[in-house]
Structures are given as C-alpha cells and as structure tokens.
Design a protein around this ligand. Structure first.
Ligand SMILES: Nc1nc2c(ncn2[C@@H]2O[C@H](COP(=O)(O)OP(=O)(O)OP(=O)(O)O)[C@@H](O)[C@H]2O)c(=O)[nH]1
Ligand SMILES: [Mg+2]
Length: 359
C-alpha cells in the first residue's frame, strides 16, 4: 500500500515567516533606562539609544496568550463526501486526540442541520478555540436550486452578529468571533470534471467567504488520476472565474506571491478522512482499513490531510482571519451601513428585534 501511494509528493507547506523569535533578554542601555524627561514629556536622548520597539512582539504575545483566539472552519459539499468524517479527523488528529462528539467506533450519521463543534486547544501557553461548522450535504433533492442559500445565510448571520456587537454603545472589549474564516469545499473524486452544481455553489460562496476546495475520499483515486484531476479542477475553477483562497489579488508582495503560487499549484488538497484508529508498525494511527492495507490519514505519502491542516493552521491561520475581517466582513459591513443610511444600522435596545440581513 505504502509503495503504491508514495508517488504523491505535493510541495511541503512551510509556515509563513511569522513573528520573529523573541529576543533572549532585552536590557535597556543605561542612557535609555535613566534618561530624564525633556520638556513636553519627550526624552530625545532615549530616542538615540534603545527605545524598545521590538518588545511589542513580546507584549502582543503576552496579550494573545492571555485572551486566546477563535478560529472557525466550515465544511460544505455534496452529501456523503466525508465532511462529518473529516471534522472528526481534524479533532482526532494531532490537533486534538479527543473525540469530536461521536463514540470511538460509531458510525457518523448523515448531517441534517448546520451543527458546530468546538474545542479549546492549548499549545505553548496559547489558547485557540477551534470551531468546525458541519453542514448537511446537498444534491439529494430533485430540485437543487438555491441550495447554497442556507449556507450563505449562516455566514452572513455571523457577520451580522459581529456588526451588532461592534456598533453597540456598550460594546464588549473583545467581540466573540463566530465568523467563518474558511470554508472547506468538498469535491467529489469523480476523476472527470466539476459538477455544474459545484461551480454554481462556489461562485455564490466565493463572494462571502474564503473557499478552500478539497478533493474528498482521495483514496479512491490512483496518484496519476489524482494529479490529473487536480489540474483539471484548477483549470475549471479558473475558467469559471472562481477565486479560491489564497486569492491571487490579495498577495501582498513578490515573496508572498511566490510562496502562495506553490500552494495554489498543489491545491485542491486531496484528503482522506477517518474516525478509526489502527495499529501500524507498533503505532496507533488514524486510517481506513482496506483489503490491501491501511490508508493512513496523517501520512503525507498516503494523502494530503496533513498539508491541508498545516496550511490552515500553521501557515495561513492569521491570514485567513485577516482576509475574513478586512475583505469579506468589511464588504458586508459597508453594505449594511449604507442600507441603513448611517451609523445606526441596528436597534441597540433590543437586539433580537434587529432586522435580519438579506445581503
Ligand atoms: N473511501 C472513503 N470513504 C470515506 C472517507 N471519508 C468518509 N468516508 C465514508 O463516507 C461515508 C459518508 O461520510 P460522512 O462523513 O457522513 O459524509 P458527509 O459528507 O458528512 O455526508 P452528509 O452528512 O450526508 O452530507 C461514510 O461511510 C464514511 O465512512 C474517505 O476519505 N474515503
Ligand atoms: Mg455529514
């Protein structure tokens, strides 16, 4: 099994150059430490020496460690493609070995309503509340017209909630962030083309949320089929004018562009999900048992689940949050405030009476 699958070698997802390493210890030079204040509170001698600007990184780190942060992922796609299984995989994998809500060997039921699952994960003293919003699959109905509506409604409702908090006179110091930071769009591993419904769906969602397309159940494709299919999907998305995350237009400089180009060329990540563990070479691994061996979910030679997880969490988490806030939420916000002709879009006395957004 291993040999057959080892041809898969997408580029490694490297963490973006993040926060520079914290200085081992910052000692103020005597001039800065003992400088007397000049007129107006300024102390010119200190500015010539060490000011301590670099300590802002430590200060920010301390704040983030104290408050923690929210990160919200949504799964979307045709029914039966393994969305709920992948949610469970994400929580059971190295992110968190805890169960995502189902028993160890339970069958995962068909999803019938939008349901969110959260876990607070702590690593190196930093807390992250990871929420995965699992949605019911579509495509089973005779008429699939507008089947993206409940999804885009949910996404917009989270923007509305945030906006309500933001414009409140007595607003919270830290607004709980339930906005969807990325939407994993599951593509059926047909090996042929994208379905028309997928194109329509992604077109509608790409204006409101970061879309990360993934090829579901990739254990059903050979490495050659998988690579050809990935290439075709990318081409079809481009021809349909669907921009997925990381969007080319938001690359900030040439370094980021080169880095993101490599990732875009490796997308959509071809994933395998499982909520079962097996013993392989003396280690317990998450996998799918087949008559030919175990497909290991967290083995990069078997599928691209780890690349996807690293991409979302290790390298692009902050950027996903910023794009959500600065682009999608900002667009929603501007539209809502314009609709209301001013700075008071919503009644702050009774928030539940506030008009529902139809943006
Ligand atoms: N071969 C294979 N089967 C999978 C994979 N992931 C999930 N499955 C199986 O696919 C079936 C459906 O999985 P679910 O996770 O319930 O799919 P879903 O997309 O949540 O389905 P809905 O809730 O109806 O939208 C189950 O029998 C899973 O065991 C995978 O990566 N490969
Ligand atoms: Mg489901």
């Amino acid at each position: 099994m291993k040999g057959a699958m080892s041809a898969i070698s997408p580029p490694e997802v490297k963490p973006k150059p993040a926060v520079p390493a914290k200085p081992s210890h910052v000692t103020l030079p005597p001039a800065a430490a003992h400088s007397s204040q000049g007129p107006g509170g300024l102390s010119p001698p200190a500015l010539l020496g060490y000011v301590g600007i670099d300590t802002i990184i430590q200060q920010m780190r301390k704040k983030t460690m104290k408050t923690g942060f929210d990160f919200n992922i949504m799964t979307v796609g045709h029914s039966g493609l393994g969305k709920s299984t992948l949610v469970n995989t994400l929580f059971k994998s190295q992110v968190n070995r805890r169960s995502a809500g189902w028993g160890r060997d339970d069958r995962i039921p068909k999803t019938v309503e939008i349901k969110s699952l959260s876990h607070v994960i702590e690593e190196g003293g930093v807390k992250m509340k990871l929420t995965v919003i699992d949605t019911p699959g579509f495509g089973d109905q005779v008429n699939n017209e507008n089947c993206w509506e409940p999804i885009s409604k949910y996404i917009n409702e989270q923007y509305e909630k945030f906006l309500k908090e933001e414009v409140n006179i007595t607003r919270k110091k830290r607004i709980p962030d339930t906005r969807v930071h990325c939407c994993l769009y599951f593509i059926s591993p047909t090996g042929h083309s994208l379905r028309q419904l997928d194109i329509e769906f992604m077109k509608h969602l790409s204006g409101v949320v970061n879309i990360i397309p993934v090829i579901a159940k990739s254990d059903t494709l050979t490495p050659e089929e998988k690579n050809e299919f990935k290439q075709r999907v990318r081409k079809e998305l481009e021809m349909s004018g669907i921009e997925f995350y990381p969007q080319k237009e938001f690359d900030e400089d040439i370094e980021e562009k080169n880095y993101n180009d490599k990732i875009r060329e490796a997308m959509p990540f071809a994933v395998v999900g499982s909520n079962k563990e097996y013993q392989v070479n003396g280690k317990r691994v998450l996998g799918r048992k087949t008559p030919w061996g175990v497909v290991e979910v967290e083995n990069p030679n078997h599928c691209e689940f780890v690349q996807l997880r690293d991409f979302m969490i290790r390298s692009h988490l902050q950027d996903l949050k910023e794009t959500t806030h600065n682009i999608y939420y900002e667009t929603y916000r501007a539209k809502r405030l314009n609709e209301n002709g001013g700075l008071h879009p919503l009644g702050s006395s009774n928030q539940d009476d506030a008009p529902q957004s139809n943006v």
